[in-house]
Ligand binder design. Structure first.
Ligand SMILES: *[C@@H]1O[C@H](CO)[C@@H](O)[C@H](O)[C@H]1NC(C)=O
Ligand SMILES: *[C@@H]1O[C@H](CO)[C@@H](O)[C@H](O)[C@H]1NC(C)=O
Ligand SMILES: *[C@@H]1O[C@H](CO)[C@@H](O)[C@H](O)[C@H]1NC(C)=O
Ligand SMILES: *[C@@H]1O[C@H](CO)[C@@H](O)[C@H](O)[C@H]1NC(C)=O
Ligand SMILES: *[C@@H]1O[C@H](CO)[C@@H](O)[C@H](O)[C@H]1NC(C)=O
Ligand SMILES: *[C@@H]1O[C@H](CO)[C@@H](O)[C@H](O)[C@H]1NC(C)=O
Ligand SMILES: *[C@@H]1O[C@H](CO)[C@@H](O)[C@H](O)[C@H]1NC(C)=O
Length: 483
């Protein structure tokens, strides 16, 4: 009898230390950042809040590499601790990055600080541990990534972790997941390129988390995400916004702009516009006539192949998607749209954009699929050069190559402008720009029409059954042209 009790006790002890070993060991070695550099650095997101339950196993961590020494303090008292301070002990097999208690007590709650140092630097990270009596009802967020500034093509990683309550009710759900917030403020599923990796903890099963990763960020990945946590019937949401970051410079948004002009912006804009036109290289001689001749030639060619052309035209509902922001609304609605629709007979789809360009891609991509071409109206003076670059990148990520109508000259740029400036210049060079001068300026309309596909011939269009706000410019009927 007595022997048997001892054996059971021993086996129990072995089992417990076995759990302790596995529960402590793996946390810092899974889901780590993918970096090769060996400097002292955190190897995963340092979590500032931790929860455990009375009499249950609990471990906390500081996951770091490249350090020379690590020390732990609880509420300012250095490790090792007397029983009155904390029951948590170091786990040397995890290079002292982990503290654990087999049976946590309420008194173990407190602020645990790890202090890491190499020869030149010191990092400290504090984990506020709360040992609870019973499971919670409302979810408690333990970690949520801050807003990020990410370069196009770089990697994105967001993390969210929370303590949830698990219900005994079968129909109440408890989970945590990432969703995308669309520009119209609705939430939707992630895109296939946006991967979600769910995490659990070995020590406390009520702690769940999720990574959202993108290998190479592109225009569609910018914008806001939300980490939605359901805990029984309580929902909690945490939002994170991913912004554009430019050209590897340390400062995300400022820097070397707006000096005295050394880059010939106007020449650049006009040059690019001309580039769109200059399919014929002798343009210099016929600066006035050539574009019109080209346009006339296109019309003639189109008339020669009516059937093929008609099929092409009718593939899409609209010929031109015109988009603009509020500041340009008057000019677009008053001059551009009526002229395109009534005088030149394009079927026009009108899409107002939000003021900030970060989400233009998502705002336009669905609408663009209904159209044969895209015209974006921009007032460069309304945007910082960085916003302008964002705007162009968002537009150029769309399946239709954008034709950009510039309502003012482009901003001036310092000669020594670094990468941000360079990439704006490069992006502008690769974009079809048409400079707006005046509604009556024929050269503008010729340039714009040359950059667009031909509108349908009269017999191409079917009557449009429904007159909504969206398509009231689409009619190519017999209304008198305004211009
Ligand atoms: C890290 O190292 C691996 C192989 O050792 C290599 O394939 C990878 O490109 C490196 N990553 C970086 C960011 O240097
Ligand atoms: C110490 O760590 C910092 C931060 O990672 C790093 O910048 C520095 O170079 C490291 N010092 C040494 C001597 O390795
Ligand atoms: C871990 O802590 C123990 C006791 O404080 C110490 O002797 C040992 O050197 C530490 N190991 C590391 C890798 O810091
Ligand atoms: C732990 O830190 C938080 C915030 O720094 C503070 O409000 C709290 O009082 C601290 N707890 C203890 C036990 O010192
Ligand atoms: C909001 O936008 C998304 C994507 O752009 C779209 O799928 C969704 O239908 C829109 N919802 C509403 C209510 O407009
Ligand atoms: C941008 O630069 C201005 C002046 O140089 C400065 O006051 C401002 O704080 C900077 N903004 C950012 C986000 O760096
Ligand atoms: C216009 O469209 C709406 C919905 O798209 C439809 O319910 C309505 O009957 C249409 N009106 C006409 C005149 O076709």
């Amino acid at each position: 009898m007595c022997v048997r009790t001892v054996w059971v006790g021993l086996l129990g002890l072995l089992a417990v230390s076995g759990i302790a070993t596995t529960q402590g060991a793996s946390y810092c070695s899974v889901n780590t950042f993918t970096t090769n550099s060996s400097w002292m650095q955190y190897t995963k997101e340092p979590v500032p809040l931790e929860y455990g339950f009375e009499d249950k196993f609990k471990s906390i961590h500081c996951c770091v590499k490249g350090y020379r020494s690590i020390e732990w303090f609880k509420d300012g008292v250095a490790y090792p601790w007397s029983a009155g301070v904390s029951n948590l002990i170091l786990y040397p097999e995890a290079a002292n990055q982990t503290l654990y208690a087999r049976r946590a007590a309420r008194a173990d709650s407190g602020n645990y600080t790890c202090r890491l140092s190499n020869e030149t630097h010191v990092f400290t990270h504090t984990v506020k541990l709360s040992i609870l009596e019973k499971p919670t009802d409302t979810p408690r967020t333990m970690f949520i990534s801050q807003d990020q500034w990410v370069e196009e093509g770089a990697e994105l990683r967001l993390y969210c972790e929370a303590l949830i309550g698990r219900s005994l009710l079968a129909d109440a759900r408890s989970d945590l997941r990432w969703r995308k917030v669309f520009p119209n403020s609705t939430e939707g599923d992630l895109l296939p390129t946006q991967t979600e990796i769910k995490t659990t903890r070995e020590d406390v099963e009520d702690i769940i988390g999720s990574y959202l990763t993108v290998d190479r960020v592109s225009a569609q990945d910018y914008g806001t995400y939300v980490c939605v946590v359901h805990s029984n019937d309580v929902v909690s949401k945490n939002f994170v916004t991913v912004h554009y970051r430019y050209g590897g410079a340390d400062d995300g948004s400022n820097s070397s702009w707006c000096g005295s002009g050394a880059v010939p912006w106007r020449a650049l804009a006009l040059g690019a516009a001309a580039g769109a036109l200059a399919l014929v290289s002798a343009a210099a001689l016929h600066r006035r006539c050539t574009p019109r001749l080209l346009l006339a030639a296109r019309h003639a060619r189109a008339r020669a192949q009516p059937t093929a052309r008609r099929a092409r035209v009718l593939e899409k509902e609209f010929d031109v998607l015109v988009c603009w922001t509020a500041v340009d609304g008057e000019l677009v609605r008053g001059a551009l749209l009526p002229t395109l629709a009534l005088k030149y007979k394009y079927r026009v789809h009108a899409v107002p954009l939000s003021t900030q360009p970060d989400t233009w891609y998502s705002e336009l991509v669905g609408e663009a699929s209904r159209c044969r071409s895209l015209v974006a109206v921009l007032s460069p003076a309304q945007h910082s050069p960085q916003q302008l670059l964002t705007a162009l990148r968002q537009l150029r990520a769309l399946p239709l190559p954008p034709v950009v109508v510039l309502l003012q000259d482009l901003p001036k740029l310092k000669r020594e402008a670094k990468e941000g400036g360079e990439s704006l210049v490069t992006t502008l060079r690769g974009t079809r720009l048409v400079a707006w001068r005046h509604v009556h300026e024929r050269a503008f309309w010729t340039a714009l029409r040359l950059a667009l596909p031909l509108p349908p011939a009269h017999h191409d269009t079917k009557p449009i059954p429904n007159e909504t706000e969206d398509n009231k410019y689409s009619r190519s009927g017999s209304l008198t042209a305004l211009v």
